[in-house]
Write a protein that binds this ligand. Structure first.
Ligand code: GBH
Length: 503
């Protein structure tokens, strides 16, 4: 074979994999879009729903929400779920990920009274989805704890294991005929660290270095109990699947040749992702050993008689191990590790101080959220790390998305989706990572927790200045619709930012 042909062939191969990249998703790969009850439903105090921790925070401390808004009306999905379903059907999604409002179903938090209007609402939504052939993927807990249970200590109260199991039991019994895919918890890290170890999320307990670890003890046990209940009592007849969605800010060394930074990035990933993934997805079970050691050491240095992080006993190690049919991953961004020591923003004591590394968000392109930088290669590294750390689990991406201020020509969002999806294809084809499905966050601009409506992640723009909160499709709706129709990354010129197109 003449030389030039060989070279030509090599160039072609290189172009196909790294320059042009893979574009086609494998057969059976599924796509969906996600929301969460408190962020979209509104109707916060009607039809029997009780107050939850986000109602309480946004009403009593409005200064803690960036624009002073709350979830009282949100996207009004309690009244307009049919529109939600129309939009999902237009986009052509395979599944819709949404969450149940615990306080709407069980106003006291306990099973002493089941609210018929809450039950009816979710049946109506499920029936509307079924009519359009859209599969439900339901999250039992997406942060909106009934205030009644918070008053008893929330996730720092060990009794919550029973309350959560009872709530899950009711949901499996009532809805299990219609729901074949369940998520127990959305982002345990955010629940435990941001809400109990800090005040970044409601109920803003800020018991740093203590409350966060009490929370993870309860939450992991509650998750395991719900899993076993489903597995033993409901799976035989309902034949569904159940998992947990763990979020990662993925950490990378700021200098990949710096051995100390490389080691510390691994420590940080164990503290962040491993905190909840290690107990469930490894053979060994329990918290990651580096986490156990670091917190014990820090606690000793603080003069404490025992570690702030209590280890699980053998019974619970075994009970928690293996309790997820898939690894659910919520991923948005990558941060960097710059060296050893106490991060200047760390409280004392705290989870961040326990890590013993300095972090920075100074990486990648910007979004409307300070914490969200665009680093697609970090996503690929996270996925490869999950494959090797957790014995090649089947993975669902249960959230991924980008924030701006609400522009309709949302090229930033489109290129984010395109580049992150392209990394999924790379790890599927080049590294055999078992990614089975992808969920984009989120259907429409919604109540973005402490950022209120100031950071917008939606496919549809929601005008909150108008009483009926009208929705307008952004360009990304067309992008996703084409992706869904062809199962290929859209190459259309109209999806490219005109300012880039000229280059
Ligand atoms: C997800 O959390 C949530 O599940 C979803 O409800 C939410 O709307 C969506 O993402 C978009 O945020 O240290 O003060 O800079 C994402 C998890 C939340 C992780 C914010 C980083 C940084 C807060 N992220 N957090 S801060």
């Amino acid at each position: 074979m003449p030389h030039s042909v060989l070279i030509g062939f090599a160039v072609l191969v290189i172009c196909h994999t790294s320059q042009a990249g893979y574009t086609k998703f494998p057969d059976g790969f599924t796509f969906g879009v996600a929301t969460a009850a408190h962020q979209i439903e509104g109707a916060w105090n009607v039809s029997g729903k009780s107050e939850n921790v986000w109602d309480r925070l946004s009403h009593t401390r409005p200064e803690m929400i960036a624009d002073g808004t709350n979830g009282d009306i949100a996207c009004d999905s309690y009244n307009r779920y049919r529109e939600d379903v129309e939009e999902l059907a237009y986009m052509g999604v395979d599944f819709y990920r949404f969450s149940f409002s615990w306080a709407r179903i069980l106003p006291s938090g306990r099973v002493d009274f089941v609210n018929p209007d809450g039950i009816r609402y979710y049946h109506d939504l499920l029936d509307a989805l079924a009519e359009k052939n859209i599969e439900p993927l339901v999250t039992l807990f997406h942060w909106d704890l009934p205030q009644t249970l918070q008053d008893l200590g929330g996730w720092a109260n060990p009794k919550m294991v029973d309350y959560f199991r009872d709530y899950a039991d009711l949901c499996f019994k009532e809805f299990g005929r219609k729901i074949k895919s369940w998520i127990t918890f959305n982002e345990p890290y955010e629940i435990c660290e941001d809400a109990y170890g800090d005040e970044k999320k409601a109920p803003a307990i800020d018991s740093h270095g203590v409350g966060n670890y009490l929370c993870s003890d309860t939450l992991l046990k509650a998750h395991a109990e719900a899993y076993h209940l489903y597995n033993e009592t409901y799976r035989p007849t309902q034949n569904g699947r159940i998992m947990i969605s763990i979020n990662s800010i993925w950490y990378e060394p700021s200098d990949t040749n710096n051995a100390e930074q490389v080691t510390l990035a691994e420590v940080a990933n164990q503290f962040k992702f491993g905190w909840f993934a290690h107990p469930i997805f490894t053979e060994e079970g329990g918290y990651p050993s580096v986490m156990v050691e670091n917190v014990a050491q820090q606690s000793a240095a603080e003069g404490l008689p025992k570690s702030r992080l209590e280890q699980f006993d053998q019974y619970w190690i075994d009970r928690i191990k293996g309790t997820s049919d898939f690894l659910g991953i919520n991923h948005y961004t990558t941060h960097l590790i710059t060296g050893a020591g106490v991060d200047p923003i760390a409280k004392s004591p705290s989870w961040l101080k326990d890590i013993g590394a300095v972090t920075t968000m100074n990486v990648g392109g910007e979004s409307a959220s300070e914490w969200l930088r665009v680093v697609p290669t970090g996503f690929a590294n996270l996925l490869r790390w999950c494959k090797s750390s957790y014995n090649d689990p089947p993975i669902y991406i249960t959230e991924n998305g980008f924030s701006d201020r609400g522009t309709l020509q949302d090229y930033g969002r489109i290129s984010y989706f395109n580049d992150y999806l392209s990394e999924i294809l790379n790890v599927i084809y080049d590294d055999n990572v078992k990614v089975l499905g992808y969920t984009a966050w989120t259907l429409m601009d919604n109540f973005e927790w402490r950022a209120g409506f100031s950071e917008r992640f939606g496919f549809y723009f929601v005008d909150i200045t108008q009483p009926d909160r009208p929705r307008t499709p952004k360009l990304s709706v067309e992008y996703f619709r084409q992706l869904l129709a062809t199962r290929e990354l859209p190459q259309d010129e109209r999806f490219k930012d005109p300012s880039m197109r000229r280059l």
